[in-house]
Design a protein around this ligand. Structure first.
Ligand code: NAD
Length: 301
């Protein structure tokens, strides 16, 4: 079985790496946070003292990092630091699962290709629950050959593996999806709160809307109203899950993409503005479903 270097063991990367161990891969891990590595070591991973140390000699590298700047500097390095593409062996497959701008993905793919290496962008959908259950959707951009090679490792972490197109295409598809998700989360939140304001039980209202024409993923899997659904961030004071700061990042990426293509995205622009405002009120580290609170009456009312 192949050796996989897994770098970035946060809310998503941690459980994804655990699924690789369960599937029988030898997994070498690195994260800037020692406790995150320790948690993986307890599940059977080998720990490394640097990202390059984890990657050197591995067959496959998987990264799950916050943003484009982290992905660029880790893979390509700079004047003082080697990048992953400088230390991996010939034939190593490079897979970045972070959600980043398509330009950064193409930048790394081009640098990798210059060294004869295959790189694919493979951002995911499905949240932390999907990461833990191994049911993520992977949205890949890269060559046919790289996509083919990635099947084994991706199916150990996900249930749906799509090839959106060439390098960067996975990231474009992913930000289209997240722009839609943000709009659905905001609209679901305001609808639920309006029902509550009129005396409805949010659980009953959710059950109705789930099977009616307003049904959507946030109602099915990620209800933003506390107490409606167990084991989701809204029932855990909006801890864990997908941080508001990350959603703000993704909505910034989608607006940049819209400018580039001269696309009209008024709902995405509004959702970005609402999420930026929510982050500025101190909610950046909380789950993105906490936008629900923006619609609740304040305690002084
Ligand atoms: P996170 O902040 O929980 O985890 C990121 C991890 O990367 C942290 O543990 C951090 O210490 C580590 N890290 C940062 N720079 C590093 C470096 N140079 N070397 C090693 N480790 C480094 O974030 P997350 O929620 O796991 O999200 C990761 C990516 O996945 C983001 O791009 C996000 O947009 C995307 N994503 C998240 C979700 C979700 O539900 N959380 C869903 C889909 C996609």
């Amino acid at each position: 079985m192949s050796t996989v270097a897994f770098i970035g063991l946060g809310n998503m990367g941690g459980p994804m790496a655990v699924n690789l161990i369960k599937a029988g891969f030898t997994v070498r891990v690195f994260d800037l946070v020692p406790a995150a590595m320790q948690a993986l070591a307890e599940q059977g991973a080998l720990t490394a003292t640097s990202a390059c140390g984890a990657a050197a000699g591995s067959d496959i590298v998987v990264t799950m990092l916050p943003a484009g700047k982290h992905v660029r500097s880790l893979y390509v390095g700079d004047a003082d630091n080697k990048g992953l593409i400088d230390v991996v062996g010939k034939g190593t497959l490079l897979i970045d699962c972070s959600t980043i701008d398509a330009d950064s993905a193409r930048f790394v793919a081009n640098h990798a290709a210059d060294k004869g290496l295959e790189f694919i962008d493979a951002p995911v959908s499905g949240g932390t629950a999907g990461a833990a259950a191994g049911t993520l959707t992977f949205i890949c951009g890269g060559t046919d050959n790289a996509f083919e090679q990635a099947q084994g490792v991706l199916t150990a972490m996900g249930a749906n593996i799509f090839h959106a197109g060439g390098p960067g295409a996975g990231q474009v598809a992913k930000i289209c999806n997240n722009m839609l998700l943000s709009v659905l989360m905001v609209a679901t939140s305001e609808s639920l709160q309006m029902g509550v304001d009129h005396g409805l039980d949010p659980k009953v209202l959710s059950d109705i809307m789930k099977v009616s024409s307003g049904g959507n993923w946030t109602l099915d899997k990620y209800n933003p109203c506390p107490g409606v659904m167990e084991s989701v961030p809204s029932s855990n004071d909006y801890q864990g899950g997908f941080m508001v700061d990350l959603m703000v990042k993704d909505l910034g990426l989608s607006q940049e993409a819209a400018l580039l293509s001269n696309s009209s995205t008024p709902m995405g622009a509004l959702a970005r503005s609402l999420y930026v405002n929510h982050a500025r009120k101190g909610n950046g580290k909380r789950d993105f479903s906490s936008i629900f609170e923006q619609f609740a009456p304040s305690s002084s009312e």
